[in-house]
Design a protein around this ligand. Structure first.
Ligand code: SF4
Ligand code: FES
Length: 247
């Protein structure tokens, strides 16, 4: 496949960025999208040019590092996959592909396609954990009976990889799908109920303080989420927040 790439280049958060055109030839449809960018970067390095900075780590859809907006869609045109799992067979020979970073006020650009998602870490630090006494008398989590339905829903929420596609795709740059997944994975389990009120209050307050927008029920986040995190989690988080507020 021969392609034209229009890629966002930006030196840092302070300087203005712009789209730059690149031609790339002989791309196999079996390559992943990131492998295609590797080919481009090898060519740029051989020509003595600055390679395109982009985030990646596992390249298996697990770590949540890859974060490209491709032809106007977070993680590109495929469904239920991250950018690293997207394959070039989703495109046609001769296509022009627009590649941009995840854009949101709370995710400043570090360089080119790499954004700073420290804001998600801060929300997690505000309450995305369970405090466990590890004195030696801790009850084995597997010994606590949990209804299968609750365990399944908690597990589904826990599959959120913190990629930020939900924020990037939301017209309000809302982080509510991410935060609600992190709240839900504990709210559904007995281990999470002890700190439930503090957790939801602290995480929601941190989310608001960091400049994420509010949810207006558009649902784009659920469609673009590579892990299929459901909007039901936002409804659960709102219920948890309401309960915590009137306690
Ligand atoms: S909810 Fe989905 S889109 Fe948002 S951070 Fe988690 S995995 Fe990514
Ligand atoms: S590189 Fe880890 S999810 Fe894409």
């Amino acid at each position: 496949m021969n392609l034209t790439l229009k890629i966002w280049r930006q030196n840092n958060a302070k300087e203005a960025g712009k789209m730059v055109d690149y031609k790339i030839n002989n791309i196999s449809p079996d390559m992943s999208f990131l492998e295609m960018l590797d080919v481009l970067n090898n060519e740029l390095i051989e020509k003595g040019e600055d390679p395109v900075a982009f985030d990646h780590d596992c390249r298996e859809g697990i770590c949540g590092m890859c974060s490209l907006f491709i032809n106007g869609e977070a993680h590109g045109p495929d469904r239920g996959v991250t950018t690293c799992q997207l394959h070039m067979r989703m495109f046609k020979d001769g296509d022009t592909i627009y590649i941009e970073p995840f854009r949101a006020k709370a995710f400043p650009v570090i360089k080119d396609l790499v954004v700073d998602r420290t804001a998600f870490d801060k929300i997690q630090h505000a309450g995305g954990f369970v405090s466990v006494n590890t004195s030696g008398n801790t009850q084995d989590a597997n010994a606590i009976p949990i209804p299968k339905h609750d365990a399944d829903r908690a597990f589904d929420a826990a599959t959120c990889i913190g990629c930020g596609a939900c924020v990037a795709t939301c017209k309000n740059s809302s982080a509510m799908l991410f935060v609600s997944a992190k709240v839900s994975q504990f709210a559904l389990l007995p281990q999470g109920k002890v700190e439930a009120a503090d957790r939801v209050r602290n995480m929601v307050e941190e989310m608001d303080a960091l400049g994420f927008g509010n949810c207006t029920n558009t649902g784009a986040c659920e469609i673009e989420c590579p892990k299929g995190i459901s909007l039901e989690n936002i409804a659960r988080m709102n219920r948890e927040y309401l309960k915590a507020s009137i306690k």
